[in-house]
Design a binder for this molecule. Sequence first.
Ligand code: ADP
Length: 398
Amino acid sequence: MKILVLNAGSSSLKYQLFDMDTKDVLAKGLCERIGDGGTVTHKKGSEKYYEETNLTDHTVALSRVLELLCSKEYGVIASVEEIDAVGHRVAHGGEQLKKSSKITEAVIKYLETIVPINPLHGPPAIAGMKACIGLMPGVPQVAVFDTSFYSDIEDFRYIYPVPYEFYEEDRVRRYGFHGTSHRFVSTELAKTLGKDIKELKVITCHLGNGSSVTAVDGGVAIDTSMGFTPQEGIVMGTRSGSIDPTVVTYLMKTKGYIAQEMENILNKKSGLLGISGVSNDCRNIWEEAHAGNKRAELAMKMLANSIKKHIGAYTAELNGLDALVFTAGIGENDYEVRELACDGLSYLGIELDKEKNKNFKRGEKQKISKDGSKVEIWIIPTDEEYMIALDTEKIVNE
Ligand code: ADP
């Protein structure tokens, strides 16, 4: 079975074509600047093709992707008919879409109703679905939601302590994000340990440009750091993570910022970038920190501490812990962040092997805790696209 996985952003469209029988990625790529010019980067194995073109909307972009996938020179299939199904990455499934679902008119209608709480990611995801329906009629389509892993979180953990009407009337609550990644790495961990996931208490740390920490009890997410939006939780590349909400209203009052400006500051100018004044990329910040830049050092200490606080809190909520998993750009690559985040947690049975952690092998699943550590610590590379392809295959075969 061949499955095309799509991830539509406001001006981008990422794609990967999987052969599910061999688990191979046949081709993948990225359309950018949709609606404002257009570029396509297409990869088939180690071969790379790049073009500047005119991508007026997501339908035009998808049409170009399908042409490339079928082209003599850069293609991997003879015709579009070889694609058996399409899996869409969808950030938000609201309260109703609690698991990966076949895309129907009703699903699209519901997604349209929740655009107000998902204004950035909702419209492009819907545009991607509509583009597929138009260009590949009859090919089954599945939506995989970043939020659905959190559908079992209990109300006392997802309701915010503000007047209850905001939940009832405005859908203000914790939704959680990155669920596909947290689900993938927790499942991979159980497979690797040869254990039933139902028996495991795990904390998964997805640390990338956006970062979140999730508590997984028996394969079910019971709490997560991101909330109503991906803004809440730990310190991120350019997002603040959790702060006292009064800081926001205070700055609006004293500096005269309007909501849009404040959102822009909290989303794009805060976090590691805002603290360090250097970059949102840990590699650059560490370089500066090692050269004596105190603000750069402070940013990395704050990141590590915010991860550590969540590990402590979630160990309490889980009433114990079997394994701690690091994944995504920072989690998989930044040994210093892992070391700082795990430092001083031996009371909880979390003991990192500093040598293994420092000499980790890039891109590989590996254990980095000391032999005898009560809690095992693992690096598990995430693969959200493959998880989406797996869900799609399962649903299409149901
Ligand atoms: P996204 O959330 O965009 O998917 P990624 O998971 O790719 O992000 O993570 C990107 C971040 O990972 C970068 O901004 C950088 O801080 C960090 N990163 C990537 N590679 C390394 C590395 N070798 N060492 C330290 N940090 C890294």
